[in-house]
Design a binder for this molecule. Sequence first.
Ligand code: 5RP
Length: 219
Amino acid sequence: MTPDEKKIAAAQAALKEVPEDSLVGIGTGSTANHFIDLLATQRPDIRQTVASSDASAARLRGHGIEVLDLNAAGTLAVYVDGADESDKHLRLIKGGGAALTREKIVAAASTRFVCIADNSKLVDTLGAFPLPVEVIPMARSLVGRAMVKLGGDPALREDVITDNGNLIIDVHNLTITDPVAMETEINQIPGVVTVGLFASRPADLLLLAGDDGVTQLSR
Ligand code: 5RP
């Protein structure tokens, strides 16, 4: 199976995790895009969603699916999204698509977080994937220096402005042995909007697609 076929398989498996007639939170990225396309064709009962990015909102609307403002939505039944890395405790690195802040907000507003990925995303220790941090533009250098103190090598993501008008710093060469502590520490730095560690609120279910089918990991 190609990586893309695995993403489709994981997205297909996630359809079963969506309660009938429910309000669904939708993630961002290539795996989430497959989920959107499958939802549109296979789940006519799902008519209302909340999206974690402008790109996902546009894709949903292109299928004729309504996208609500989160403030008008209340609690969502389920949030379905991909990840850049997951450990076996379903703690994630996200933000490869620069949507980490809205992703974390929509995940927090959802009763359940179902993560969908191909099996290359499962790691023993988080951090081989550069850790994305969304920062307010004027704090770019300040946050970069703080990342160096934490042992990382920060790099500004070129030509990227988030949906919230901010910058992304990708922090290379971190070995994240205590993801909850690191998430808390980075989130406290002035100018940081969100760090792409989803550890305090990990996924509830990971659907991991490989050559032998889709494996379920849950907390
Ligand atoms: C976007 C994300 C994505 O979920 C993550 O980058 C995975 O993307 P893909 O499904 O394309 O591999 O966090 O901000």
